[in-house]
Design a protein around this ligand. Structure first.
Ligand SMILES: [Zn+2]
Length: 348
């Protein structure tokens, strides 16, 4: 079978490789891959900046955002041929740490977790893969064109879950949500905010392309200017850019009792001036919370699947701005203007 593989650490080593069929050891559920989503992590892996091959292997099959259809599954697995499925990315560490031991591998304490398509395990960018049922999530059959969005949705489902758990520290009636960044994560975070009935504001730099309309079609407000005016009203901020200057504008500037969730991974090496005394003062006097959130566990995938099934399928379809067939896979791994989410289609 064909798979998209890289030599981790080597830029431009990506190729379509002929691989043996997936080993039975990977699990009893055999899945035909339909589509793979491409994100910044994949572009870093292909650029040689990130990723590790499985133990004993030279190459790594990439692909962590997936959608597939079950080919065969044992009766007791809960899956049947024809089911739409998405594979979970992270696997618990083998120690396991206290969090991995209870299925919260997204909160792993020792960093020894593995991740399909990223870190020590082959990903889903192969024509077929095998998986254990506890790491596969069934999707509503209506999501066969857009289910590849589940992995990024699971990331924002976790962010929202943690925002709400923090909110329950006291009486909490949020109304205004600010999302910074209108990429897939920001747009899906905004969608979950609208599903909760909040007033949602989304900030991005661009003034053209599909993003402004995608935001307004959610019933949210798009801003291409400064967050400064609105962040003071924000009860919740979901930061999806990792841009230092933006984080500085948000820190300590929300409405009282504000909760800021950081989901963007910044690059190092751009020092900015921060009056930490002022930020500390504002955060203490405002009961502010600032926290980071990454990855997702099974519960978040299931919440994400419910959120996708409740969303407008046409709107979700517009997030997928390019559908590239497998024989042109390389073009999906290059950024293009107006990209929201490019995907590689394996089979339909
Ligand atoms: Zn762990």
């Amino acid at each position: 079978m064909r798979a998209i593989t890289v030599l981790p650490g080597q830029a431009n080593s990506a190729q379509l490789t002929d691989m043996p069929d997936p080993p039975l050891d990977d699990g009893p559920v055999l899945v035909e891959t339909m589509a793979i989503g491409v994100c910044g992590t994949d572009i870093e892996i292909v650029g040689g900046l990130y990723g590790t091959a499985p133990h004993g292997a030279e190459r790594l099959v990439i692909g962590h955002e997936s959608l597939g259809r079950v080919i065969e599954a044992p009766m007791e697995s809960g899956f049947a041929a024809g089911d739409l499925v998405v594979g979970i990315v992270r696997r618990p560490d083998s120690v396991p740490c206290p969090n991995c031991a209870v299925g919260e591998w997204d909160m792993c304490r020792n960093g020894q977790y593995t991740e399909r398509g990223i870190n020590g395990r082959h990903g889903y960018a192969s024509e077929r893969y095998r998986i254990r049922p506890e790491f596969a999530v069934k999707l509503d059959a209506s999501l066969d064109r857009v289910g590849v969005l589940l992995e990024p949705t699971s990331v924002v489902a976790k962010a929202w879950e943690h925002v709400e758990r923090i909110g329950r520290r006291a009486h909490w009636e949020p109304s205004v949500v600010v999302v910074t960044g209108a990429g897939p994560i920001g747009l899906l975070a905004a969608m979950l905010g609208r599903q909760r009935g909040y007033e949602v504001h989304v900030f991005d730099r661009v003034t053209n392309g599909p993003k402004p309309q995608l935001v307004s079609d959610l019933g949210a407000t798009y801003h291409a200017g400064s967050v400064h005016d609105i962040v003071g009203r924000a009860d919740v901020v979901i930061e999806c850019t990792g841009v230092s200057a933006l984080i500085l504008q948000i820190l300590g500037s929300t409405a009282p009792d504000g909760i800021v969730c950081l989901t963007g991974v910044s690059s190092r090496g751009t020092p900015v001036q921060l009056d930490i005394g002022l930020a500390n003062r504002q955060m203490v006097l405002g009961n502010d919370v600032l926290f980071g959130s990454v990855n997702a566990n099974r519960r978040h995938y299931e919440t994400g699947a419910t959120a996708l099934a409740a969303a407008d399928p046409a709107w979700l379809g517009r997030l997928i701005t390019r559908r590239v067939p497998l024989d042109q896979w390389q073009t999906a791994l290059q950024r293009e203007a107006n990209d929201v989410k490019p995907i590689i289609e394996f089979a339909s």
